[in-house]
Design a protein around this ligand. Structure first.
Ligand code: ZN
Length: 276
């Protein structure tokens, strides 16, 4: 009798825990919750994805070329300062919890970003990287294990880059064309031989909100917005929920300020065309 009652209580607790878990998940993506609130639950097969032509400001297609074969820069941390083109970059993903909802936010605003993915995460979640490419974003090589490249031999650096490149190709069928070293740490001579061997310019950034310290979404957004100028490359990490939460405000404010989002390859091509 006692045992039966205990089982009943355990069952009720399990249901309650599940309900709390579900409601906290749903409240995390405010945009997703808005899109579905008030909608009656329908049988599976009748679900609709959120509209992409909603009340969101949309980034204009720049029409800039992606081909940077004339590029002379071994490493870059910004684009030309003469025009309002900027690049949003997301490091260390893909993350199964945050990257898909980030992709939703970008899609609604027609923003194409550049994702510096960690190879072992690509191998774990190839479907997310496939979706990222299918939606027009660019993928860059951010190594397999995310170690400080200054501490590795050339053979080990090659192993990191090869394994990541191969995982990206097998997930998406496309080649990464630029790389970003973890922590931005890479000797000049390493950048030079990587450029010769792989054709990857080393891509750093000029706006760093230190989002990995988790100061809260509004602080992350404020730092990104106030740090941005013409040609900026913005560094964000899509494995932190707070960082992704900062993105709608960041994009909407920068769009209102007249900035246009492009990919890193487009910024590199623009620099090359201007002889930078
Ligand atoms: Zn990183």
């Amino acid at each position: 009798m006692m045992k039966l009652r205990f089982l009943q209580i355990a069952k009720i607790l399990a249901v309650l825990t599940l309900a709390v878990g579900l409601s906290s998940c749903a409240s995390k993506d405010k945009e997703g919750a808005d899109a579905t609130s008030g909608v009656k639950l329908t049988p599976n097969g009748s679900y609709r994805t959120a509209s992409t032509s909603g009340p969101y400001l949309r980034n204009k297609d720049s029409g800039l070329p992606y081909d940077f074969s004339g590029n002379q820069s071994v490493s870059i941390s910004s684009g030309p300062r003469s025009q309002k083109y900027i690049a949003l970059t997301f490091d260390d993903g893909p993350n199964p919890q945050h990257t898909p909802r980030l992709l939703d936010m970008l899609k609604r605003r027609n923003v194409k970003a550049t994702f510096y993915v960690v190879g072992r995460n690509v191998a774990a979640h190839p479907n997310i990287v496939r979706r990222t490419v299918a939606e027009g974003h660019e993928i860059g090589n951010h190594t397999w294990t995310h170690r400080n490249l200054k501490t590795l031999s050339d053979e080990m650096v090659s192993w990191e880059l090869d394994k990541t490149r191969d995982a990206i190709i097998s997930a998406t069928g496309v080649q990464p064309r630029t790389m970003r070293p973890p922590y931005g740490a890479m000797y000049q001579n390493q950048r030079e031989w990587v450029y010769r061997k792989y054709g990857y310019p080393t891509v750093l950034w000029d706006v760093d909100p230190l989002d990995w310290k988790k100061p809260g979404p509004s602080v992350v957004a404020q730092r990104l917005i106030s740090g941005t100028k013409n040609g900026s490359i913005l560094l964000v990490h899509d494995l932190h929920g707070q960082s992704v939460d900062a993105i709608p405000q960041t994009i909407d404010t920068l769009l209102r300020q007249g900035y246009q989002f492009v990919t890193v390859s487009q910024l590199v091509a623009l620099r090359a065309a201007q002889g930078m």
